[in-house]
Design a protein around this ligand. Structure first.
Ligand code: SF4
Length: 383
């Protein structure tokens, strides 16, 4: 979205939020569940809405689960908060619009609700997530690598001092974060991974709801790393790429055994397909600014990257710069090094998708993350 009134983009949205006396969460699943503890203390949640009839029968997390047409909706007094993940969101938005509900009047998006509510009500900067990439080093060669490693001349590796400085600066500006995601490359190949996780956990753990990293399931961290991780409140997403790289199947099993042995929390991620952003087959260089703003707004990508004292509007824009296929972003960044507390609402707006241009440089070469992107590939398909 393009900034028109920085610092005030959400004034009316907040006004509409605080008029409401009760809310429903639309989306009874894992994604929405994580927001429950934080929001339950702040707002009156009447229950869930979900299109899944099983959930309507059983309820969810102690709440009744309704179909949309079952709820008691009092215009102006009742609000609906969409709590499904970005990729499934557009169909819910359409469903609500078809039923006559209006965005930011009757229904809200959870990440916007969270950040806008806390910055307006408490003058606190709450983020739903941030992505942090200490290194792009990886042992796999995925065709559709979202770090764009196949295009890069060399891997990118950050020094510990740079990493630490970014973490400290980030927490000077941001009060609370729901998900701090240390990504890669393959994080387990980064030599300071234990130090990064330990530093985040010990120094900022009370301001992070979930500290998470990820592994491709083909690398076994050494025992000293596992020991450190076992003493941190961290969870690991273990991507299951056994179909794409069967030669690592034994390692995958051994990794799970080691994580169990060290009582490290992990989740296995089975993706059925990946989206290829296809920078080598995409060219929107002739598109107008208006068309690009639309392309950016229609993209479901919601990760932002923290690097070198800056937040990047889209982490793939940042990764493409690191891989050398995009120029270093300029007006689609938020510079935390020049941040001052009077910019809290600007910072929240940036995190929620506003920037000077309304899109990123890389959007001109990127098909985006949406159902309209035709380039679907098998997860971790190798070059
Ligand atoms: S189109 Fe690509 S570069 Fe643009 S926001 Fe989406 S993922 Fe990022």
């Amino acid at each position: 979205m393009k900034w028109h009134n920085p610092g005030h983009e959400f004034d009316n949205v907040y006004k509409s939020m605080v008029e409401k006396e009760e809310f429903y969460f639309f989306g009874a699943g894992d994604y929405g569940k994580q927001f429950l503890p934080i929001m339950e203390k702040e707002i009156n949640i009447k229950g869930y809405i979900d299109n899944n009839t099983d959930k309507q029968r059983t309820g969810y997390e102690g709440y009744t689960c309704y179909s949309l047409d079952q709820i008691d909706f009092f215009a102006g007094k009742t609000g609906i908060i969409i709590t499904v993940s970005q990729m499934q969101r557009s169909s819910i938005v359409e469903q609500l619009k078809r039923a006559g509900y209006e965005k930011d009047m009757d229904f809200f998006i959870i990440e916007e609700f969270l950040s806008v509510y806390f910055v307006y009500k408490y003058d606190k900067v709450y983020f739903s997530s941030i992505s942090f990439l200490p290194s792009t080093v990886c042992n796999l060669k995925c065709k559709a690598c979202l770090n764009f490693n196949p295009f890069a001349k060399q891997f990118y590796v950050r020094e510990w001092e740079q990493v630490k400085a970014d973490i400290d600066l980030f927490f000077k500006c941001v009060d609370h974060i729901m998900l701090f995601h240390v990504s890669g490359g393959e994080p387990m190949l980064y030599k300071h991974i234990a130090k990064v996780i330990d530093y985040l956990d010990k120094n900022y753990g009370d301001r992070i709801d979930t500290l998470r990293t990820v592994t491709n399931g083909t690398v076994i961290p050494d025992d000293s790393t596992l020991e450190v991780l076992s003493n941190c409140s961290v969870e690991i997403t273990v991507d299951d790429y056994r179909e794409a790289v069967p030669k690592y199947n034994d390692k995958f099993d051994f990794l799970l055994k080691k994580l169990d042995e060290y009582s490290i929390r992990y989740y296995i991620n089975y993706a059925s397909e990946w989206i290829d952003l296809a920078p080598d087959r995409t060219d929107f260089s002739m598109a107008s600014d208006e068309q690009m703003i639309k392309h950016f707004d229609n993209c479901c990508q919601s990760w932002q990257e923290l690097r070198d004292g800056k937040l990047f509007s889209c982490n793939y824009d940042a990764y493409a710069a690191v891989a050398g296929i995009n120029k270093e972003p300029d007006d689609e960044i938020f510079d935390l090094r020049t941040y001052s507390p009077d910019l809290k609402r600007n910072l929240v707006e940036f995190r929620l998708g506003y920037n000077v241009k309304g899109y990123t440089n890389f959007c001109r070469k990127c098909m985006g993350i949406s159902e309209k992107n035709p380039y679907k590939v098998a997860p971790a398909e190798q070059i």
